[in-house]
Write a protein that binds this ligand. Sequence first.
Ligand code: ZN
Length: 149
Amino acid sequence: MLPLDELYQEVILDHYQSPRNHGKLESPDIYAHGVNPFCGDEVEVSIALDGSRIREFKIEGKGCSISQASLSMMSEALKGRDLSEARSLADRFKNAMLGSSPLEFAEYDDLEALEGVKKFPVRIKCAVLPWNTFLEGLAERKKTEARHE
Ligand code: ZN
């Protein structure tokens, strides 16, 4: 067990220390900001679309290693995907994180490093925060689109 745990620790630490897709877009198609008052985590996502495909997925944030690593992994996992595909991946991640099925992601296996977080119920909120923020941004965009129609 130990070697796997250590490997997971390393993957999480690497994303925390060098977040992928770091930055903020000037005029994003989707923007969302989320906070977790329990441990002061903050995440921001700004997304540029190409039709319904995610062309750029930029992230900014501060907080614990779990929230920030999850945010960085999410940007890598969802960048380049179609919105409907991205949404179902986000739903799958949340279900696996909040439920008992293992985190298994052939699409982007770094996510599996977060499996150990499930042993610590308080930290699950940290891991799920970025994904909820993304889904909120998506829902917000739908509302905006509906108003313009
Ligand atoms: Zn946290």
